[in-house]
Every structure is written in C-alpha cells, then in structure tokens.
Design a protein around this ligand. Structure first.
Ligand code: G1P
Length: 291
C-alpha cells in the first residue's frame, strides 16, 4: 500500500520582477485571475486532490498570502451585520480549516531546490506534492488529482509533463523517457534543467506539479548549484532517479504560465469565458478589440 499524499509544498518566495510595478507591494501570487488571486486556484487544485496540509515557503513581503487564507474578522463581522450571506459563504468556503496551513521563510533566493528543502521539517518522512503557483491549470479533473491516480497505481515519484514547441525547451525542466511518450504514463529515465537550445532530449517539459518521496530532502541538502547558479530541484530528482522509480504523466488539460504576461492574460480570458454570464458580456468586447 502506498502512503497517501497528504501534504503539499507551494513555493511562493519569488520576487515577481517580471510584473513590476504591479508586484512592488503585492506578491505576484496575489495578482487576480478574474476574481480570485492566482494562489487560490492552486490551493483549490491541491484541496481537490485530497491534500490536507499546505506548506507555503514564503519570503519577505508575502504576509498578505497568510492573511488571504485566514479569517478576516472585521470584514466578516460587517458582512454579518448587513446580512450579506452569499459573501460570507464564499469567504467560509475558501478558508482552509485552522491548523491546515504552515508558513516558513526561504530567507535567501537560492533556487527552487532550496525553497523545497526549507519545508523538510514540516513535511517529515512522507511522500508529498509540490505545486508551483506560477502555473494554473484548467482541466476537468485537476492536474494533481490525475497524478494522485497515477501514484496510487505506480507508487514512487510522479511528474506531470506536457509537450512544448522545440524552441521553448530551454525555459523549462525537460524529461527523458522510457516507453512511448504519446502514452498516458511512461517511465522517466533522465531530466535536465533548462537545456541549451538544440540539446533537449525530448520536447516534454515539467509543468510544475510533482509527487516526491521524502528522500529528496537529503539530496537537496547536498545539492550543488546548477542552471542559473541556483540549487535546482531537477538536479536532485535526477540523483533520486538512480534509486527510485519516476513515472511521467502526460497531463490532460490546459496550463497557463502566469509567470509571463501573455500566460497571465490568457488565463484571465480563459477563466472569464468559463463563466456564462461574464462570457456573454466579454465575447462581443473581445470581437470588437480583435477587429
Ligand atoms: C521551474 C522548474 C522547471 C519547470 C518550471 C515550470 O523553473 O525548475 O523544471 O519546468 O518551473 O514552470 P522556473 O520557472 O522556476 O525557472
């Protein structure tokens, strides 16, 4: 029996320089897609996959993320006195139960691998998920839920991947596979972080969702810096691959890279068009703009 995936790490320490000046005082994870901050889409994906505890790895100026997932006493009191039941219900629904979130600080921007390592004591000795909040997903069944199914069948470590145009592979972690990459799942035999153009082993990129065994923490502790002079999660996973099974899942759904302006804007349009009322107002406006 595989140990259940109960905890998830969300690294949210990044500075968001690509979105300045919007992100000068507001964390990039709090930028809004339609009516919810980016981070909330990711927390909901984790909850829907059965995650019971979320570890946020934060940095300076990120305290509004903790506020967002806390009770807002003054606001809720006022809503109550004005009988705004719908708004109160909404706030109640998005609030994690007390004790089901933890916050720890990365202290220095040493890379994704280092950010994940900062969560080691809170995760402890059990397999866990990682969700990179730059990526928000839109799919019938959530990306992490699809991965939990694969984990329940295969155990070990599970990585979600998608195809990317060849000229984009240098921006991501790219996997090497054993088996047919067109299949729903396959073995992963290698991976490289941000390969130089023309050197990527495949066009399958890691789209920001991972299920890993806790053995990754010891490897991260000793991990030397890699691509971009940072401690890379991809490099530690490559070492773990020598000892444990890694299964790739070809994620079925859409991914929006909210780390880029175009990705963030298309997420806004895609999620807005999902809302029937909003779509009816927005479609004619979009048509007009495009003409
Ligand atoms: C990180 C990972 C990379 C992955 C990417 C997905 O890179 O290191 O392997 O493909 O996220 O967004 P970053 O975007 O932090 O440079």
């Amino acid at each position: 029996m595989n140990k259940p995936i109960r905890k998830a790490v969300l690294p949210v320490a990044g500075l968001g320089t690509r979105f300045l000046p919007a992100t000068k005082a507001v964390p990039k994870e709090m930028l809004t897609v339609v009516d919810r901050p980016i981070i909330q889409y990711v927390v909901e994906e984790a909850k829907n996959a059965g995650i019971e505890h979320i570890v946020f790895v934060t940095g300076r100026n990120k305290y509004v993320i903790a506020d967002h997932f806390d009770r807002a006493f003054e606001l809720e009191n006022t809503l109550q006195s004005r009988s705004k039941e719908e708004a109160l219900d909404l706030l109640e629904r998005i609030r994690p139960i007390a004790g089901s979130t933890s916050f720890t600080r990365q202290q220095a921007p040493l890379g994704l691998g280092h950010a994940i390592w900062c969560a080691r004591e809170i995760i402890g000795n059990e397999p866990f998920a990682i969700l990179l909040p730059d990526m928000i997903m839109k799919s019938e069944k959530g990306c992490l839920s699809q991965m939990v199914d694969v984990y329940n069948e295969h155990g070990g470590n599970v990585i979600s991947v998608e195809a990317v145009p060849e000229d984009q592979t240098h921006k991501y972690g790219i996997v090497e596979v054993d088996g047919n990459p067109e299949n729903h799942t396959f073995g992963i035999t290698g991976m490289v972080e941000k390969p130089a153009p023309g050197t990527a082993p495949t066009n399958l990129y890691i789209n920001g969702r991972y299920i890993l065994q806790p053995d990754i923490f010891d490897l991260l502790e000793k991990q030397e810096t890699g691509a971009g002079g940072e401690i890379q999660l991809t490099d530690a996973m490559l070492t773990l691959m020598g000892q444990q099974k890694f299964t790739g899942l070809r994620y079925e759904g859409a991914t929006y890279d909210c780390g880029s302006k175009a990705g963030f804007l298309s997420a806004n349009i895609a999620f807005a068009l999902e809302d029937e009322k909003l779509a009816a107002e927005l479609k004619p406006l979009l048509k007009e703009l495009l003409n």
